[in-house]
Design a protein around this ligand. Structure first.
Ligand code: LLP
Length: 411
């Protein structure tokens, strides 16, 4: 066994022969996901909340983090629900077999057609993101209607993911909640829940305490049967490959949970999948510019945009090479025509050879789900492992699958 990826006691081990086998079969860049790790992550979160909330909570996996159907299937079997941000998300969740009542549709905005489609598909919960969206939903039935609030709390690893910050584009301003409830009543919609998502990759429990205070202020508006949806955001330490201790969050929430509410919902995305996936890439060259050294790999911002977009850190590791070799400092860069096209900066590695392989860690969340065809490169293939065996693949795009949608238009 060559690589042991230690993750809060969870170890994703991929042996070198298997890697070489996968590369031969599927080429690179290649996303490799182990669903057993997803299972362990889910069980951790579940156990931790069960201790404090018994049966009065439910996990809705935020599938925007990774919509791979094998991951969805794994979570469905464990009893998870789904937080869907778009129609294709809830339709895919249904195809995989999630019960429609256990799907919550929380789009950042939506048309009447999209809301109607959710209702026709029996989706259990609709979350309103604006006053206009309440009007848009007039006459469309759901079992549960929630209001997403903007709690005005700053949390998250990067300005770009602080969704709950005051004046962000998300949710309804707290000072407009009265209006929102009145508007809903007017059109005979009963609001029975409040929702918030404060940010992503939060390595702290304090913001969640604050969030509970905000919810408490809103309890006066609620019906008897009701819920709080606290969103996701649970953090992961990408430097050390460790999850933030979820029991701290679950404890903080239970101690501050407003008793007027009777159900807690949570929407973890990253936390459940982040360490279940690695991205395997091939080295196409090494070059020097003055005293700068670059390792050029075949995976770039088209395959994994997080470094370019958020300066996000991902551990990288060379597969080949003698551990006695001296290390040098490199930037690991991709094949895309953009200066920001990098995967890792200033990392110490042995000097690789052309054709060696590099592993990029912890790419299960917002990795392939944010990949693109920029520079007309294919979205990477994916392999899904369970018990060390391949149980599924996603084929790499080929040129036809990308461009076949272009047609000459005849009037
Ligand atoms: N619920 C809602 C309403 C959300 O908008 C999100 C994520 C989640 C739950 C799940 O959050 P998580 O547990 O994964 O933090 N692309 C960024 C992250 C963007 C998160 C967007 N919303 C990244 O690569 O870090």
């Amino acid at each position: 066994i060559l690589n042991d990826f230690f993750i809060t006691g969870i170890t994703l081990s991929i042996d070198k022969n298997l890697i070489m086998d996968l590369v031969k079969k599927f080429g690179t860049p290649l996303y490799i996901t182990d669903v057993d790790i997803v299972k362990q992550n889910y069980e951790n979160v579940y156990k931790s909340f069960k201790e404090n909330f018994g049966k009065n909570f439910k996990i809705y996996y935020a599938m925007k983090a990774n919509f791979n159907p094998f991951i969805l299937e794994t979570l469905k079997e464990l009893g998870s629900g789904v937080d869907a941000a778009s129609p294709y998300e809830f339709l895919l969740a249904k195809k995989v077999g999630f019960r429609d009542k256990e799907i919550s549709f929380a789009p950042p905005n939506a048309s009447r057609e999209e809301i109607a489609l959710a209702s026709e598909n029996g989706i259990g919960t609709l979350i309103f993101d604006s006053l206009d969206m309440i009007n848009t939903a007039k006459g469309i039935h759901f079992d549960n209607y929630g209001i997403r609030i903007n709690p005005g709390i700053e949390a998250g690893f990067n300005e770009k993911v602080m969704t709950g910050k005051a004046y962000s584009k998300f949710g309804i301003d707290i000072s407009h909640i009265r209006d929102a409830i009145d508007k809903a009543n007017e059109i005979k919609i009963e609001i029975n829940g409040f929702h918030a998502h404060i940010g992503s990759n939060i390595l702290d429990y304090e913001p969640y305490k604050l969030l509970m205070e905000r919810f408490k202020e809103l309890s006066k508006f609620l019906m008897k049967k009701n819920f709080i949806d606290m969103g996701g955001g649970f953090g992961y330490d990408y430097y050390n490959g460790k999850h933030y201790d979820i029991s701290k969050i679950s404890k903080a929430i239970s101690e501050n949970f407003p008793m007027e509410f009777n159900e807690l919902r949570l929407e973890p995305g990253r936390y459940l999948v982040v360490n279940a996936t690695v991205l395997l890439s091939k080295i196409n060259g090494v070059k020097e510019m003055g005293n700068k050294k670059y390792i050029q790999i075949d995976a770039g911002m088209n395959s994994l945009i997080r470094p370019a977009l958020y300066n996000a850190y991902h551990r990288v590791e060379l597969i080949n090479g003698d551990s006695n070799d001296e290390k040098e400092v490199f930037d690991v860069v991709g094949p895309i025509c953009e200066s920001d096209d990098y995967i890792a900066l200033n990392v110490r590695l042995k000097r690789p050879k052309i054709g060696d392989y590099l592993i990029i860690h912890d790419v299960g969340a917002y990795g392939v789900s944010m990949a693109s065809n920029y520079n007309l490169r294919p979205i990477p293939a994916e392999v899904i492992l369970k018990n060390g065996k391949i149980i599924g693949i996603k084929e790499r795009d080929d040129l036809d699958s990308i461009i076949n949608k272009y047609k000459i238009y005849n009037l």
